[in-house]
Write a protein that binds this ligand. Sequence first.
Ligand code: DX5
Ligand code: ZN
Length: 224
Amino acid sequence: MIELAFSILAADFAHLADEIALATSAGGTIVHVDVMDGHFVPNITFGPPVVKAIRPITQLPLDCHLMIEDPDKFIPDFAAAGADMVCVHVEVCRHLNRTLQLIADHGMKPAVVLNPATPIEHLIEVLPMVHHVLVMSVNPGFGGQKFLPRSIDRIQHLVHLRQKMGLDYRIEVDGGVGHDTVASVVKAGADMLVAGSAIFEKGKTAENAQAFLKIAREAALSNA
Ligand code: DX5
Ligand code: ZN
């Protein structure tokens, strides 16, 4: 099933609850929360207090993408705030297996994310532990960047590995996924689509989300 994980990074923060309601009514199924610390990435956003604030206003799962150094330190806080899924960057985890286990031990779904320059092979040993793999299709830190075309090969590589290893992880893609790129992302095999600016631009959240999902679902049908 194709899912839209809308990234609230591009939403109007002064009306976050309304933005989430609009994206949900238009078919969004996951709230993607981009957590940045100003160290791992050159930008600062939000953390567990914002997760805690949005937890009661939506029934959708909260997918927390941690672009932070030392994620182990904050995993209990995200669990307490109500996160459902936590993605950690392979580039910051010295003991990736331990970190993923820590996420699972806190009752959340573990996921791992790779920067565009990180080889997929770095994940082989942990693939059986993860709910999903997040493929960064831009360098993390900012919304509104251009999709990196090599990401398509990387998605296909993960599809191939999943089959070869007999696993069932999902494949999420994040960065520059918009009306012009989403069809190729879906055709390559991704099924969790992160989109920020494509959904929240021009204050037309519901219309954008509907149009985006229409393209994504048509691409999925042509895969079948
Ligand atoms: C980038 C974030 C993305 C970003 C996506 O570091 O992880 O989730 O907000 O934004 P768009 O869809 O605008 O590329
Ligand atoms: Zn993200």
